[in-house]
Ligand binder design. Sequence first.
Ligand SMILES: *[C@@H]1O[C@H](CO)[C@@H](O)[C@H](O)[C@H]1NC(C)=O
Ligand SMILES: [Zn+2]
Length: 596
Amino acid sequence: KVPERLTVSHTALQEEGLAERCVSVPIRQATDAEILLAHSEEYLEAVKKTPHMSLDELRTFTQQYGDVYFHPNIYHCAKLAIGATLQLVDSVMTGKVRNGMALVRPPGHHSQRSAANGFCVFNNVAIAAHYAKKQVLIVDWDVHHGQGVQFAFEDDPSVLYFSWHRYEHQGFWPNLRESDYDSVGKEKGSGFNINVPWNKVGMENSDYLSVFFHVLLPIAYEFSPDLVFVCAGFDSAIGDPEGHMCATPDIFAHLTHLLKSLAGGKLCAVLEGGYNLTSLAQSVCQTVQTLLGDPAPQTSELNGPCESALESIQCVRSAHKPYWACLKHTATRKWRSVFCIVQLLKYDHSSCLINLYFYFDHYEYTWYLLYSNVFGEASITLSYFITRDNFFEGSAEEDALMSLCSVIALFEKMKKQEVNFMEEMYVMFYLTFNAQHLLCTVYYYSQCVCVCVPPQGCSDVAGLMQAVLCLLLPLAYEYDPGLVLLARGPGSGVGKAAWAQITSLLQGLAQGHTLALLQEGEEEAVGTTAASLLGDPAPSLGPLGAPLPEDMEAMERLRQRLQTHWGLLQNAGEQMITASKETYSVTQMDNNILEN
Ligand SMILES: *[C@@H]1O[C@H](CO)[C@@H](O)[C@H](O)[C@H]1NC(C)=O
Ligand SMILES: [Zn+2]
């Protein structure tokens, strides 16, 4: 259906200058043996006869399947579509290319073992997942349920299949009971099939990102794939006559960026649906541009997911709770954590309160910093610090002053555009600094998210990643900063791989404008940080175990407290959200600070 889908996508890639930056991989025909990886012999033999059938015979043949039309040429095209996908897998697995996208027709994700379905003849991605013989994550962001992929791997724990799809309580094609959230996989594969049903149309960027933050990414990190496939259907973008969703094409840059942090960056996107040619071409360009390593565009006006999306998220999380440690938590009154969480509270449009909590050894250190949007203006409204105990003891005042001057000089350069991030010239700063002074410099740049990794206590990678995925990223995305400032203190205990993950994930924000600051004594992290800023994929962390229960509790309580300010932190429907008194008192405290 609609051959222009390929030509408009390819033309757009050429016009944007993206095609010439890609390596073209020659395509080939799939062999019978490859097709049989996911299909029955009987079905293959039947499809093989279609090029020789008369139109009448073709019509009769077609009628036994659902929503599919056989053209005499389709068998040939379908074999090329699989061949192209497999060539991509080979190129990525041998390291010839880092990642890639296969622009193919016909699509594949509805096709089943012995049946064509929904314009799909053979299941390109299911065949490729078998072919790769690896631990595979398949992310199906097409607006339709890829039931063919689900059926192919339902009892297979080596393939984690994720699909979101227009469902409307079984009212939307393919109208299957099995597309609902409670189809979690079977037998050994229980927990390895994730369905997120959209029960309303009009889902937006915030809804898509929420599902990534609160469902897909935590589970995917725990699963730790060797290779990521995307069933890249763009009928989930705005303007599509099938999907009726409202997510904009640039959301696919962010979804791609977030997935690139998995599997050491090995990602194969394979085209599925997408029937609005404008939206399709733009979305393909966004995806390819991000695969090439360009910064994702700024996200704006993100807020919480809609009520229907929240209900779906809640249902999926509860259905998968038995299988994934990252979904298990019990919110009790205990309040202890061993790592830092960045907390941002909205104040008004032009200013923001950054509130950093450092918990370790039961001591709580808190800074408050208020800054206004002073980019281009001279007014700094107010800054206010609270420090407790002697956290800064031992820092040489003179060194700190020097560092402060250097950082300010760098910010000045950014303001004058002497340092141009858009030309992929990233700046890494290596100097002695004092955390207090670092925070002072934040208001030289507007709308900044500052992430400080504290000394000690980050050794639990599972907990750290949970905090990054479920707290930090949603907050930071909703805040929509112009710069990410990433600071690493001495002896932070964060391993190279985890540090690369954090650095890499945060580059999805602020159009990739990232400033990393490493304190003296952290020379070891310089190489990793530089590689990550230059766009090298973060190494895989391996399967993550369960975070410490006390960390999970602390994070859950913080999330609950903040979700009234920050919609992207919500992960459950309204009846679950209780505005606690604590939330109120935090807000009060912030207001007092402002009034002072
Ligand atoms: C395609 O989507 C765009 C929005 O991206 C919309 O303005 C346009 O009307 C749509 N075209 C068709 C043919 O539906
Ligand atoms: Zn589709």
